[in-house]
Ligand binder design. Structure first.
Ligand code: PLP
Length: 358
């Protein structure tokens, strides 16, 4: 197809590629599980965005995290942000602890707790910042420094910030993890995940081997959909951050709201660290409604532009009562609503909230 010189990327659905008479593969590609043009294009784009050496794409963010943990060995010590994505916790507690990983959760937003956890040797520090849904802000540079002194590699889940706002590899991390289902695909229509490596390493080669051999890979179409959204990532996230900051300020001063957790809100405890390492605050915040769980749920149901649904990163604003999604074991406060600010105008979103909070 290249002889057409297309400007937009063509989709190559073929699962297999023709071999030359001498047995070689003249266009590098052999079989689509190993590698295919659309996946490679996406991986190269993401590696550039994160300033990494290479990237590996997966069928979901969870498949990316799973592959990272699979690259470890029984007995390895793993330190994980307490405020990490709920699914990662489930995976570690219910699968990888049976496989012999020794997992310890730590409040990574607290430098003292982090330092204490990393006095003993560890293999991996897994942080997520901003955290989800409590929007905990971890000092990435400090975390990487502490991890190195414990002999641990550092992986940072950069799903909530995106490389447009935060670049963990520049701050000393070894790996970045993404659920590309969120902002990178940007359309609420393609599942995917990725790991980006800062440099070549034994661990990176294990990850790449698992990707090809175990096959938790995105389809060419999902890879294409995600690549298609990358050119607008910066525009989207910049505009959404402006709207979200304005909304966070408005909600913080509303009498029906106890507090707003948003990285770049001046009154937020994570503000100082967030403003050091993030270019803008992003589009995800959590609000604590005054009253009980039922009051929070009632507000979420009264909103019209904010649809009641999980996930984030697409054009549509969403709201979610996290505690009822995460179940009784979750530490998420029961009056917490996670609010995702989409691409709608601030005025419309603000009046939606004004009405719902009456
Ligand atoms: C959604 C999400 C994941 C899981 O990704 P999936 O694509 O749903 O498997 C992991 N980490 C964070 C921060 C997420 O938001």
């Amino acid at each position: 197809m290249e002889h057409f010189h297309p400007i937009a990327e063509p989709i190559v659905l073929s699962t297999t590629f023709e071999r030359a008479p001498d047995g070689s593969y003249p266009n590098e590609f052999e079989y689509s599980r190993d590698d295919n043009p659309n996946r490679r294009h996406f991986e190269r784009s993401l590696a550039l965005l994160e300033g990494g050496f290479q990237a590996a794409a997966f069928a979901s963010g969870s498949a990316a995290s799973m592959t990272l943990f699979q690259a470890l060995s029984p007995g390895d010590r793993v330190i994980v942000s307490e405020d990490c994505y709920f699914g990662v916790r489930q995976m570690l507690d219910r699968i990888f602890s049976r496989w012999g990983l020794r997992v310890q959760y730590v409040d990574s937003t607290d430098p003292v707790a982090l330092r204490r956890a990393l006095v003993e040797p560890a293999t991996l520090l897994f942080v997520e910042t901003p955290g989800n849904p409590r929007i905990g802000i971890t000092d990435i540079r400090l975390a990487a420094e502490y991890a190195k002194s414990a002999g641990a590699v550092v992986a940072c889940d950069n799903t909530v910030a995106t490389p447009s706002l935060q670049r963990p590899l520049d701050l000393g991390c070894d790996f970045v993890i993404h659920s590309t289902t969120k902002y990178l695909s940007g359309g609420d229509d393609a599942m995917g995940g990725a790991i980006v490596a800062a440099a070549d390493s034994e661990m990176w080669r294990r990850i790449r081997f698992s990707q090809k051999q175990c096959g938790c890979i995105p389809s060419p179409f999902a890879s294409w959909l995600t690549s298609r959204s990358l050119p607008t990532l910066d525009l989207r996230v910049t505009r959404q951050s402006e709207t979200a900051l304005a909304l966070a300020r408005m909600l913080q001063s509303h009498q029906a709201i106890e507090t707003v957790l948003y990285p770049l809100l001046e009154t937020y405890s994570g503000y100082e660290v967030a403003s050091k390492q993030m270019r803008a605050g992003g589009a995800l915040m959590s609000i604590l409604i005054k009253g009980a769980a039922a009051d929070a749920i009632a507000v979420s149901n009264k909103l019209k532009l904010f649809k009641c649904a999980t996930s984030f990163g697409g054009p549509t604003s969403l709201v979610e009562h996290r505690k009822s999604v995460e179940g009784p074991a979750s530490k998420t406060p029961e009056t917490l609503l996670r609010v995702y600010v989409g691409l709608e105008r601030f005025e419309d979103l603000a009046s939606d909230f004004e009405r719902a909070l009456e």
